[in-house]
Design a protein around this ligand. Structure first.
Ligand code: SF4
Length: 458
């Protein structure tokens, strides 16, 4: 969502003469989108603000992200907690030394650390509690002089990545109406707002026109699409049906799903369609019904189990991933063992696993003392990671010898990287197919997080 938010803002600013640039040293406007879902992400945001101090003041402004000093919308990654969008207005883009850019801190670190950021990083000009593009742009119009008096469109051509092989994201839902007890999103992003179906289709068509090979439709709980807009509004199945009928994408993906919003109709009419990719990311968080209730997840393990079984019946090639959160304040040893057992029973292909860290303002912080020590949480997390890695490696073996459709994503002296429809990298020694095009690859080796393969055709 963070990537999509920055793309959305950048695309709308581009309508007013803005030009994305490669370095904050060239920029008039730098947007730093922050995330407080994990403590590590928050720490990274603070370090990022510190580095911005030298930008435009004669320093180099080097901002290392993911091993690269180049930052911008084309180099972001979904796992990066901090996204910067250096932005030069058309007439203001400078070739020579320039004044400091206007720096915006946005996103959910801001409400928590507003005073700290203001005191420690006075070079940050504007703080916005949200990353919602509508809110950020409304404040920018008031505060950033080149935009004074402008009207920012809410219908716009999407921000096209220079590298067409990267996934293209279309936001379908902003905010979230769920109230998971450990999560800050409902407060940092606000309640659920459904983007009109016609806008989503129009944006998808823009990507298609620009040559994007596939799209991913985004929402915090994407299968709840339409629920915030009344019974007459199109739902998730209607949305995906419209995209299938009105676009030619060979692959259409969706993120993220919640078991309580998943229905038999979704499985039968959406997941079963071969142009919908087999990736189902369905965070379960815990295998203990007691903890799920305290997390306010609105499903139990039975419902989760039933939806996975249904999805696998409709889609035998389903690639199932999840999120697992260990060390929730009420989690006992027995609850944790239930999570271990449930993960093994369901057979996740991959999982994002985290230890609980209290997020200020959340229900869980107010209700449950964080009674587990860091060591206890790390011990549980390590045990879960080891088991899941072994399971992922074992499950990956079913692909050995299979021919999979892939998109060639990157080609360099070190080799070629493609991605499967379920977003797993495939390392190829060689490929005749150009970057951004579909090819077929035979899987010759499996690793936990990637495949080895050889191109066998297009
Ligand atoms: S579904 Fe729950 S965890 Fe996901 S964003 Fe909404 S409140 Fe947070």
């Amino acid at each position: 969502m963070n990537v999509a938010d920055v793309d959305d803002i950048t695309a709308r600013l581009a309508l007013h003469g803005g030009v994305p640039v490669d370095s904050p040293d060239e920029a008039d406007l730098v947007l730093v989108n922050t995330c407080t879902v994990r403590q590590k992400a928050e720490d990274k945001a603070m370090s990022f603000f510190g580095n911005l101090k030298h930008v435009g003041n004669g320093g180099t402004g080097t901002l290392a992200r993911g091993g690269s000093a180049a930052i911008g919308p084309t180099s972001v990654s979904l796992v990066e907690p901090v996204i910067a969008s250096p932005f030069a207005t058309g007439e203001g883009a400078r070739a020579t030394a320039k004044a400091k850019p206007f720096i915006v801190a946005m996103g959910c670190v801001v409400p928590k650390a507003r005073g700290y950021i203001a005191e420690k990083f006075p070079h940050v000009d504007m703080l916005v509690n949200y990353s919602d593009p509508d809110i950020v742009l409304a404040e920018l119009i008031d505060r950033f002089p080149p935009l004074a008096g402008r009207t920012i469109e809410d219908s716009f051509p999407p921000m096209l990545h220079g590298d067409r092989a990267l996934p293209s994201f279309v936001t379908a839902i902003r905010g979230c109406n769920h109230r998971c007890s450990f999560c800050v999103v409902p407060w940092s992003r606000g309640p659920q707002r459904d983007v009109p179906l016609e806008t989503i289709v129009a944006q998808a068509l823009e990507y298609q026109k620009a040559g994007a090979p596939d799209i991913t439709v985004l929402g915090q709980s994407i299968m709840a699409y339409g629920k915030a807009s009344g019974p007459e509004h199109p739902d998730f199945t209607d949305l995906m049906t419209a995209l299938l009928e009105q676009t030619d994408f060979r692959w259409i993906s969706y993120l993220t799903s919640l078991a309580c919003d998943m229905t038999d109709r979704v499985c039968e009419q959406v997941l079963a369609n071969p142009r919908i990719t087999p990736l189902l990311h369905l965070p379960v968080q815990s295998g203990s019904d007691k903890v799920l209730e305290e997390m306010r997840r609105q499903y139990d393990t039975d419902q989760y189990r039933r939806m996975v079984a249904k999805a696998r019946r409709e889609r035998p090639d389903l690639y199932l991933t999840t999120d697992l959160l260990v060390g929730f304040p009420t989690e006992t040893d027995e609850d944790f063992e239930q999570t271990m057992a449930f993960a093994e029973e369901i057979g996740f292909d991959d999982a994002f696993m985290f230890a609980y860290s209290p997020r200020p303002g959340t229900h869980s912080v107010r209700t449950y003392p964080d009674r587990l020590s860091r060591e206890q949480k790390i011990a549980r997390l390590s045990k879960l990671i080891a088991a899941q890695r072994a399971q992922s490696a074992e499950r990956s073996k079913r692909y050995l010898g299979q021919e999979l459709e892939v998109i060639i994503e990157q080609s360099s002296g070190e080799g070629i990287v493609a991605r499967t429809a379920f977003n797993k990298p495939v390392h190829l020694a060689a490929a005749r197919t150009p970057v951004g095009q579909f090819a077929r690859a035979r899987i010759t080796g499996v690793r936990v997080s990637a495949f080895l393969g050889e191109e066998v055709g297009t």
